[in-house]
Design a protein around this ligand. Structure first.
Ligand code: SF4
Length: 308
């Protein structure tokens, strides 16, 4: 079991709450959430599980997420609707490997089904395309395993309901492109079922291969830039605040678009010098900023550090 530390001396009840994790992928080898993530991160996390250490102060958002899931689960179950299934885990065999996925909610009035997933997350993830892409993969894989398991009804809608833990009313007032409420329903595109099945098989193949290489002591295929949260250079439109601080109004991948937006913002203020575009170099944030639990054992990252 990973070691849990409490460097800030937070109340013991917090430590115990975070240690008591009811999550289980049951008898499956991989869960859908593991499959859509990096095979290297998962395989190394299993290999170094006993040595990984996590401080309780880094896990408070996890606790908030668990709380929201629990309240919604209890609330929906109390209602006892026959047209709603809560927190169901489905198991299927994919080319000889058992995988599973747990859906927060399946609404199934009549013959049509909507899959809903709750996310306690940041505003950045809601406005960032690559974060949304992960949600698209996750929900489309739920849909395909439901289909493979021969469940009744056709899934016609996929929805993420995002609870924004860092939402600001002030920013919402100032920026029409900022989420206008602290809870946002997001429609997720449905993939053709054949494409979703192909994607599922490919993810299983990548994870099985990573385990085979791990078992015989070979390096695992490296993480992709996306898996390392290393995104193309970003152009941030910055506005200086009255107190001299900075307000990042928008981050965009296209410089021209960022310059165009900055010009729009300049028209709305007296001193146009207070808005500018800043280029941010792409960095593997997950590896560098402590978001990857296995960075100290990762050959890919350690080789890069040694070469730097
Ligand atoms: S440290 Fe970076 S490259 Fe290595 S496993 Fe973690 S995310 Fe992947």
């Amino acid at each position: 079991m990973a070691t849990i530390t409490n460097k800030l001396g937070l109340p013991e009840v917090l430590v115990r709450a975070l240690q008591r994790d009811p999550y289980s992928r049951g008898k499956s080898r991989y869960s859908v959430t593991q499959l859509i993530d990096s095979p290297q991160v998962r395989a190394l996390s299993e290999r170094y599980h006993e040595e990984i250490s996590r401080d309780i102060s880094d896990s408070v958002w996890l606790l908030l997420g668990k709380g929201v899931h629990h309240i919604l689960e209890v609330g929906a179950a109390d209602e006892g609707s026959p047209e709603r299934t809560i927190e169901e885990r489905i198991f299927v065999d994919v080319d000889g490997t058992t995988i599973s996925g747990q859906m927060d909610v399946q609404e199934h009035p009549g013959n049509e089904v909507e899959i809903i997933d709750w996310k306690v997350t940041s505003v950045f993830r809601v406005i960032n395309d690559s974060a949304r892409k992960k949600w698209e993969e996750q929900l489309n894989l739920y849909r395909v395993i439901r289909h493979m398991d021969g469940r009744n009804g056709a899934v016609t809608k996929l929805t993420i309901v995002a609870f924004l833990r860092d939402w600001s009313k002030t920013k919402a007032r100032q920026d029409p492109e900022y989420p206008q409420q602290p809870v946002v329903p997001i429609d997720i595109p449905l993939w053709p079922i054949g494409d979703a099945l192909e994607y599922l098989r490919e993810r299983v193949r990548l994870h099985v291969t990573a385990d085979m290489r791990n078992d015989i002591g070979m390096d695992i295929d490296p993480c992709t830039d996306e898996e390392r949260w290393k995104r193309g250079g970003v152009y941030e439109v910055i506005q200086e605040k009255k107190d001299g601080g900075e307000w990042m109004r928008k981050a965009m991948s296209d410089r021209e678009e960022a310059e165009r937006l900055a010009a729009e913002f300049r028209k709305t203020i007296k001193d146009s010098r207070r808005v500018w575009v800043r280029e941010r170099e792409a960095k593997p944030i997950r590896c560098l900023d402590g978001w990857c639990p296995v960075s100290e054992w990762c050959p890919q990252f350690q080789k890069e550090r040694a070469a730097a």
